[in-house]
Design a protein around this ligand. Structure first.
Ligand SMILES: [Fe+2]
Length: 174
């Protein structure tokens, strides 16, 4: 974990945001595995398992961005993802049935995607300002595209039917 320091230039801001995104993906990859194990609905569990695999790829993409910068991958504290994890842990304490827990996990998935998308959008905006090279930006754009695709599926399904129905749709089943 890197030590906080003053951020003056957009290059430094980009590196700081990249370290925050790397921390986010590294924490989420474990969280998604845990959610997959904890969800009782079989399809929900599979959905998280798929997202877990996608996140493994996204971690490699962020590492590729660091490599293109000629830097070692770096993490910095990310209170946004800490908050997500704390919220899920607090809900687990209170969930009295599997059904309400599974339903809440869908909210966790949606909130996660929104935070990830906001983070990548800000990162890419700063990349443009800092005139970061295309080979650094390309793997990050790929991640944003994947996050947006996942959110579109989740948003389109919100509020319709049971967790099982929604997850069947997410997984492309009828
Ligand atoms: Fe991600």
């Amino acid at each position: 974990m890197s030590t906080p320091q003053d951020i003056e230039t957009f290059e430094e801001l980009f590196r700081d945001k990249l370290a925050a995104v790397y921390e986010m993906e590294r924490q989420l990859v474990d969280e998604l595995e845990s959610l997959s194990a904890a969800a009782t609905d079989e399809n929900l569990s599979k959905g998280f398992a798929i997202h877990h695999k996608e996140t493994e790829t996204q971690i490699r993409h962020v590492e590729a961005a660091f490599e293109a910068l000629g830097a070692e991958p770096e993490r910095r504290e990310n209170p946004l993802v800490d908050g997500l994890l704390a919220d899920r842990a607090a809900f687990d304490e209170r969930a009295a049935t599997d059904a309400v827990r599974d339903d809440y996990y869908l909210d966790v998935a949606t909130a996660t995607e929104r935070i990830e998308i906001t983070s990548y959008e800000g990162l890419l905006r700063t990349a443009r300002t800092a005139e970061v090279d295309d080979d650094v930006v390309a793997p990050l754009e790929a991640n944003l595209g994947q996050e947006e695709k996942t959110l579109r599926k989740l948003r389109g399904l919100a509020g319709h039917g049971s967790v099982e129905t929604r997850l069947n749709e997410i997984l492309g089943r009828q």
